[in-house]
Design a protein around this ligand. Structure first.
Ligand code: ZN
Length: 75
């Protein structure tokens, strides 16, 4: 999978999971069953995007890196 064009991600690169406070890079998504689980995050209503659409902005909003698609946890 890759970026999702429609609601709620609108083709953006980064997806935040408000439940786990983790940020995912959709251009590097781990689609294995134990990976990013982006579709599950969307289905649960926990998916958010960032403005601007940058990893720095996600960090400023308190999100930590997903270990699968970004790595290098900041905490
Ligand atoms: Zn991820």
């Amino acid at each position: 999978m890759t970026r999702r064009p429609g609601y709620p991600l609108y083709g953006k690169k980064y997806c935040g999971n408000t439940n786990k406070m983790e940020v995912h890079d959709l251009d590097n998504e781990d689609i294995s069953p134990s990976g990013c689980q982006i579709d599950e995050i969307i289905a649960a209503g926990h998916a958010v995007t960032f403005t601007p659409d940058t990893l720095d902005q996600a960090h400023k909003e308190g999100y930590d890196n997903c270990a699968y698609c970004i790595g290098g946890s900041t905490k």
